[in-house]
Ligand binder design. Structure first.
Ligand SMILES: O=P(O)(O)O[C@H]1O[C@H](CO)[C@@H](O)[C@H]1O
Length: 314
């Protein structure tokens, strides 16, 4: 089958490798040689688009112009790919400035489409960033979670981006996920924080709990997520990680804790339960999430750049 040209209409549910090839070819044809084989890809989470501001020789593409890409509709997610050189070693890198979310109405295949395009371009390491709410009280707003593992509630309930025919050119039918978050990259993340003299405890390893959103959790749901082992909760990242691991890309997950999740029982109307009334916990909102991103953008930028500098093989 001849590869489709970029101006054809694409069905990203089509698992044919040609759709990924078409997107990769479209980008490669428009990039200078120093940028057309990026080693690292970085997905910028809510309010973290400024991560791409440190790159040099930047070349950008609007998502709408790239074959197979859908559009980003969430405030704080601009909707462009930015290629450039990062860090002292000038590593060719691609940033997704704005990600796709399941709750936007895209399919899991659509939101993870870019990851396979990155693989075709030669990406070896994916750094997924995101904003999260803290379920565990060991985390505070502004801390950075280094993901060690995840719990995918949508995945356990049958929503996995690898559902459907396997594209064996990318990876096996049954990929393991017990090693999803690369140990060496996590060690480097802590070394980078140390090098940057971040206060001790700024980074902490965490289990990321993926929920579908877009409504934030109820208190009972949050207690449940905490009980099953989640430290942090977010509405993204995990589908991208599964697809990256399926095709052998190493993953580092960094999440900025943007809010504390309300886990208390809340106010009781029953007079017999009045003694149990805990403190009132504030309602979370997306503006708070974006604000934390803005306040911590510089540190996240420095961290990502230093991590890339410290990766021996790049
Ligand atoms: O995961 P990112 O995209 O950083 O964003 C997080 O912040 C948004 C909610 O405020 C949700 O999209 C959640 O997943």
């Amino acid at each position: 089958m001849p590869p489709p040209t970029h101006d054809q209409t694409y069905n990203t549910e089509d698992v044919s490798i040609a759709v990924f090839t078409a997107a990769a070819n479209y980008l490669r044809a428009r990039l200078p040689s120093e940028l057309n084989s990026p080693k690292v890809a970085i997905i910028c989470g809510s309010g973290l688009g400024q991560l791409a501001d440190t790159i040099e020789n930047k070349v950008e593409f609007a998502y709408e112009d790239i074959p197979g890409f859908v559009s980003s509709t969430v405030p704080g997610h601009l909707g462009k790919l930015a290629f450039g050189l990062i860090g002292d070693k000038r590593i060719p890198t691609v940033f997704m400035v704005g990600r796709f979310h399941f709750y936007e109405g895209h399919t899991l295949k659509q939101i993870t489409f870019p990851v396979r395009v990155f693989k075709m371009l030669g990406v070896e390491i994916l750094i997924v960033t995101g904003a999260t709410g803290a379920l565990s009280r060991e985390f505070k707003v502004g801390m950075i979670g280094v993901t060690t593992d995840h719990i995918s509630l949508p995945g356990l309930a049958g929503n996995n981006p690898l559902f459907g025919p396997n594209v064996s050119a990318f990876g096996p039918r049954f990929p393991p996920m017990s090693n999803a978050y690369d140990y060496d990259l996590r060690v480097i993340a802590f070394k980078a924080a140390d090098y940057l003299r971040f206060p001790t405890g700024t980074l902490k390893e965490a289990i990321y709990t993926f929920v579908g959103g877009p409504s934030f959790e109820t208190r009972a749901e949050a207690r449940y997520l905490s009980l099953i082992g989640g430290d942090l909760v977010g509405m993204s990242t995990v589908p991208e990680v599964i697809v990256a691991r399926h095709c052998g890309i190493k993953v580092l997950g960094l999440t900025l804790v943007s809010n504390m999740v309300a886990i208390g029982k809340g106010k009781c109307a029953d007079p017999a339960e009045q003694d149990l009334n805990g403190i009132e916990e504030p309602l979370v909102n997306h503006e708070e999430v974006l604000q934390t991103g803005k306040e911590r953008a510089l540190d996240m930028q420095k961290l990502v750049k230093t991590i890339i500098d410290l990766i021996p093989s790049t």
